[in-house]
Design a protein around this ligand. Structure first.
Ligand code: SF4
Length: 330
């Protein structure tokens, strides 16, 4: 009996994951459908730079089966194709329209807003999420997005990647941690939910850098965090560095330890949107383990159990606090 209790307790989530929260809120699983608003990025089109972030290859952000001619397809066409793809794998009828490609708030605002609006018109779409850079958010954008959401789920994924400006320079981000903070204030002034996007295993990054990023974000008014392992995708500057022996990806063990360090420094009320990144196998150069999403989840859970740890433990939060939060609606 005691053993059964311990086992059940260990299986309870040790972090507050977005998918569990969505299931609680909508009564069934909700899946993101990756869409493109056919934008570009100031870090690619020459406004800031032309090379882009050293790890960026837009083709890696969606299944290959959906990538063909995607930019030429309308939003309803992309949605229909993406929903069908998800439904073949999961029993669900609820979706989030996820504008993940490039920088979703860069370009003609009216045209982009029309595409976001089109996605929300679909009856099975419960809300939208979009990813962007801190230097592509201003008051007009924040206001427009807040009005568009109008009670529906709206998440802005704001790229930080690292709180260390030297690392940001090394990966050619061309924005700073200060700019992240300014964009965040603008979005929060409009009550928009913000998910900070971070990557672990960046060139030059050490364990203290990871802790610094986690501790910085713990002081910011964000609502969620997306943690990615850095993977080397073909066709990127990082791939060239890797092939010349100038960059070595993290082992699964090190990534797991750093991810758990990060979770321990993350306030329990923040939703964890993701704990890994994987690209299609055909596009992935390294590390091999990154294509196995389940193995990464299991490794993180195992490390949490091994340390007898949970999200926020390093900030002094009791596990019962986290467990009660995971039962509550947002
Ligand atoms: S900001 Fe995003 S889209 Fe632009 S180059 Fe970097 S990763 Fe790619």
């Amino acid at each position: 009996m005691v053993a059964a209790t311990i086992c059940h307790s260990d299986m309870m989530k040790r972090y507050r994951d977005l998918s569990g929260w969505l299931k609680e809120k909508y009564g069934s699983k909700v899946f993101k459908v990756s869409l493109t608003a056919a934008t570009t990025c100031p870090n690619l089109d020459g406004s800031l730079a032309t090379g882009g972030c050293t790890f960026c290859n837009d083709a890696a952000y969606s299944p290959l089966a959906l990538a063909k001619n995607r930019r030429q397809k309308s939003i309803p066409e992309q949605l229909a194709q993406g929903m069908e793809y998800v439904k073949r794998r999961h029993a669900t009828s609820k979706f989030i329209a996820y504008f993940q490609s490039f920088t979703s708030t860069y370009g003609d605002k009216e045209k982009l807003m029309a595409k976001f609006r089109e996605s929300l018109d679909h009856p099975d779409v419960v809300g939208f999420a979009l990813s962007t850079r801190p230097d592509c958010i201003d008051k007009d954008w924040a206001k427009a997005l807040s009005q568009l959401a109008d009670g529906k789920l709206c998440w802005i994924e704001l790229g930080l990647q690292s709180a260390n400006d030297l690392i940001l320079a090394k990966i050619n981000r061309w924005h700073t941690r200060w700019q992240f903070g300014e964009a965040l204030k603008i979005l929060k002034d409009q009550n928009i939910a913000v998910c900070a996007h971070v990557v672990l295993g960046l060139p030059l990054e050490t364990r203290p850098d990871v802790l610094e990023t986690a501790q910085y974000l713990a002081t910011q008014p964000i609502d969620g965090i997306k943690i990615h392992n850095l993977h080397v995708v073909k066709g990127t500057a990082l791939a060239q560095e890797y092939q010349r022996g100038k960059y070595q990806p993290l082992s699964l063990t090190t990534f797991t330890e750093w991810a758990v360090d990060f979770l321990e420094q993350t306030p329990p009320q923040l939703l964890i949107h993701r704990l890994n990144a994987h690209a299609p196998r055909q596009l992935t150069l390294a590390p091999d383990w990154s294509v196995n999403k389940l193995a990464v989840f299991r490794a993180v859970e195992k490390e949490l159990i091994k340390r007898e740890s949970w999200q926020g433990k390093g900030l002094g939060f009791a596990r019962t606090y986290l467990i009660n939060l995971t039962k509550a609606k947002f």
